[in-house]
Design a protein around this ligand. Structure first.
Ligand code: FES
Ligand SMILES: [Fe+2]
Length: 439
């Protein structure tokens, strides 16, 4: 609980105590003056705290895997509905499940110097830690000695991580074991797998390649973030029950914008009600173009979005918004905002596969520091509402390898061809084995 909230509660309790124990005759004051004032003070503190959070604190919307996109009918809980959907899903003929590329493991803010965190990425457990030198490292979490998890109770020593079980120490930069406290010699082969990683734009990213190849491109730096001109204003987190490719494919699926994303954000995220008459007065219009980039950036693609808002059938030009969504590899997209008076900033949309059909999606917003936080927070919230409509589709659909497309859907095929560059011969595939999902 924040200090202000605590103060408000204390003031409230005091006033309650006074209301109980006070004898108005004794005090000579009007019966409710003292306690009433204290109540008012408590309420004001709560309101002030609410205003402080609204105006100055980042917006953090973290959804649990069963929070969004499932229909809990017939007395079932949402968690049960989510489990049933996942159990009964038809997957279709899937592309490989882990494309080669950079993926977000954590936000930089989440990892202090000398701290270690256990993160699930691409079906693996990794230990992400920050050495005393300030550098972030990513190693396989399981110790090669007897399998303890380095991130659960492990200790950062300089730029190494020490296993909590027998104290072996592994170097962050290459995973080599540098110390076994009870052995005279450290064997040459004693090491744990280290993942190529980088830290840029307030993100810690790991590189995955199924054949262990080195990174083939870098994640571009957004200089305004490095220089501190754009500051952190919030993030969202969702878990999506779908194949990773379905998420970026949304950018090339132009027809769904007019259908799914046109109802005003006030009509919410539940697709059973988004077309309700009550909210018809507000609508979003989209003009979109999706194109892959040329060499040397063929791992990038670009979506140009022109958004306009119509209220009671009237277009409001000052609120027109032009966004460029630049996708860099399979796991990171930069949504760049540039508005004449609402300022500039970026939402980084990061998709990290946790399991073959479970994606962790984060939206992290950095925005011009001299624009009131409410503006980027509103953008993030609006993006979150539109995104959760897609989540309801993704969580319940199957992947169709040979979709029935019309001419106007041609960008979808183009996107699939573009995305296939992230798979290689040995990319992990998912196959069914006696009703269980396995590799
Ligand atoms: S299990 Fe890690 S040192 Fe023994
Ligand atoms: Fe969408």
């Amino acid at each position: 609980m924040s200090a202000v909230k605590t103060a408000a509660v204390v003031v409230g309790l005091l006033s309650f105590g006074l209301l109980q124990g006070r004898d108005p005759q004794e005090s000579g004051l009007h019966a409710w003056t003292g306690p009433g004032l204290l109540c008012a003070a408590g309420l004001s503190l709560l309101v002030l705290d609410w205003l402080r959070r609204l105006l100055f604190c980042p917006l953090e919307l973290l959804r649990a895997p069963d929070d969004v996109g499932y229909i809990a009918e017939d007395g079932r809980s949402r968690a049960r509905a989510a489990n049933e959907v996942r159990r009964r899903r038809k997957t279709g003929e899937l592309p490989p499940v882990y494309p080669n590329g950079w993926y977000r493991a954590l936000d930089s803010r989440m990892l202090e110097r000398g701290e270690v965190k256990n993160v699930s990425v691409l079906g693996e457990q990794v230990a992400v830690f920050r050495g005393q030198n300030g550098k972030a490292y990513v190693l396989d979490a399981y110790c090669p000695h007897l399998g303890a998890n380095l991130a659960v109770g492990g200790r950062v020593v300089g730029s190494c991580i020490e296993c909590p079980f027998h104290g072996w120490q592994f170097r962050g930069k290459d995973g080599k074991c540098v110390r076994i406290p009870y052995a005279a010699k450290v064997p040459e082969f004693a090491k744990v797998r280290s993942w190529p990683s980088c830290e840029v734009n307030g993100l810690i990213l790991v590189w995955f390649h199924c054949d262990g190849e080195d990174p083939q491109w870098t994640v571009p730096e957004q200089l305004e973030i490095t220089k501190g001109e754009w500051v952190y204003r919030g993030r969202t987190e969702h878990f999506i029950n779908a194949h990773i490719e379905e998420i970026p494919e949304n950018a090339a699926d132009i027809a769904h914008l007019a259908h799914l994303h046109t109802p005003g954000i006030l009509s919410g995220v539940d697709l059973r009600y988004t077309n309700s008459k009550t909210w018809e007065f507000l609508r979003h219009d989209w003009k979109v173009q999706w194109e892959p980039e040329a060499e040397p950036n063929k791992h990038c693609s670009r979506m140009q979005v022109k958004h306009s808002l119509t209220v009671f059938g009237r277009h409001w030009p000052p609120l027109d918004l032009h966004v460029v969504a630049r996708q860099v590899g399979p796991g990171v997209v930069f949504l760049l905002f540039d508005h004449s008076f609402l300022g500039r900033g970026v939402i980084m949309h990061c998709v990290t596969p946790v399991e073959p059909l479970l994606q962790c999606v984060s939206h992290i917003i950095f925005y011009q520091s001299n624009i009131p936080a409410l503006v980027p927070k509103f953008f993030l919230k609006a993006e979150c509402i539109q995104f959760e409509r897609d989540v309801m589709i993704w969580n319940n659909k199957k992947y169709v390898s040979k979709p029935l497309l019309v001419k106007e859907d041609s960008a979808i095929q183009k996107h699939r061809r573009w995305f296939s560059q992230f798979y290689s011969e040995n990319s992990p595939q998912l196959r069914y084995q006696r009703n269980t999902l396995d590799f």
